[in-house]
Design a protein around this ligand. Structure first.
Ligand SMILES: Nc1ncnc2c1ncn2[C@@H]1O[C@H](COP(=O)(O)OP(=O)(O)OP(=O)(O)O)[C@@H](O)[C@H]1O
Ligand SMILES: [Mg+2]
Length: 322
């Protein structure tokens, strides 16, 4: 088995009586890009903080970089926290070198690398600009560089894309891939599916404090059936034709104008195509598409919400009966 950069087991955190994170386990393979997805308040930030040893779990434990305690390897970790903040009076170059120095990087080397990173990210104009004069997105890019300037083996980024314009989002994606190619492991949280879909080797979906899914993007998308849109060639306006078409398609197929929409299991695709071909109804249009990660995400989060409501209802009934 390949080495794990993060191995979290059963992480649990209570805030007062509220269980914000409930037995979350995560195994992040070394050298991968791993996404933690979930709606607002799901427990992503709290989970990441426990994994990094920034806060202590009430239950469970976390090992990093091949089995070590989080605090023993802090110089090999880069972390962009959810709450952004740099010293406003510092210049970008110094701020980056300073963050590197906190993780053991030589000051002069930090300044050199700061210049390279800033140039690569199109920020060379502001390298000697003060943080206080920068836009929010620019300052965030500087903080991001500062969190990886010491070339960490494990990079943890909490919502790194939020607040960045599309050009900077793309630069950040390129940077993440390049850090992975250098050999680092990247663990990041997001609720923007497009980034996760493009970047993640694997991902976990957390909702209401629990891990609801773990796997690849393709595995997540395969949780839902493919969607078919079929347009028969004949005039579908008459009643008999509509019946003939409906008889050909799975129950529940929905007609919208001249199109028919329905979900289909993988193994039903070929039989359906055969039925359409022999029916004489013809094909004016046909598309069979996998749901996007977005659809899988919404499905999983709704299921978690429904489960929560069911639990709450059961509690309420229990209380009423008592
Ligand atoms: N220090 C705290 N004290 C009390 N409750 C907290 C604290 N930190 C987080 N929570 C609660 O724990 C839950 C999980 O919060 P967390 O910040 O981990 O969510 P998240 O998935 O990162 O959300 P977001 O997408 O909004 O960043 C939320 O209900 C939040 O209100
Ligand atoms: Mg968060």
């Amino acid at each position: 088995m390949s080495e794990l950069s993060v191995e979290a087991k059963g992480l649990t955190k209570y805030f007062g009586g509220f269980r914000a994170v409930d037995h979350v386990s995560l195994a992040v393979p070394a050298g991968s890009i791993y996404g933690v997805l979930g709606p607002n308040g799901a427990g992503k930030t709290t989970s990441l903080r426990m994994m990094l040893g920034i806060i202590d779990p009430d239950e469970g434990e976390s090992r990093l970089l091949g089995g070590q305690r989080p605090r023993a390897v802090r110089h090999r970790i880069g972390y962009l926290p959810e709450e952004r903040g740099l010293y406003p009076g510092m210049k970008a170059r110094e701020a980056i070198a300073f963050m590197g120095a906190l993780r053991g990087l030589d000051w002069a080397e930090g300044r050199r690398r700061a210049a390279d990173f800033m140039a690569e990210l199109g920020l060379e104009r502001v390298i000697d600009g003060k943080i206080r004069k920068m836009s929010k997105g620019m300052a965030q890019m500087v903080q991001l560089i500062g969190s990886i300037v010491h070339a960490p083996d494990l990079i943890v980024l909490d919502e790194p894309f939020s607040g960045l314009d599309p050009v900077n989002q793309e630069r950040l994606e390129t940077l993440v891939r390049r850090e992975r190619d250098r050999g680092a492991t990247i663990l990041f949280s997001t609720h923007v599916m497009a980034h996760a879909e493009r970047l993640c080797d694997r991902l976990a979906i957390i909702a209401r404090g629990r891990r609801r899914f773990e796997g690849t993007v393709d595995e997540a998308r395969a949780l839902l059936p493919m969607q078919v849109r079929y347009t028969p060639r004949i005039d579908a306006g008459t009643g008999t034709d509509t019946h003939a078409i409906a008889a050909l398609l799975p129950p529940g197929a929905e007609r919208r104008g001249g199109d028919w929409h329905f979900p289909i299991a993988d193994e039903e695709v070929e039989p359906l195509l055969a039925r359409i071909t022999t029916s004489g109804l013809g094909v004016a249009g046909l598309s069979i598409t996998r749901p996007a990660l977005h659809d899988a995400f919404v499905h999983i989060v709704r299921q978690a919400d429904a489960g929560f409501s069911a639990d709450a209802a059961a509690d309420a009934i229990g209380e009423a009966a008592a």
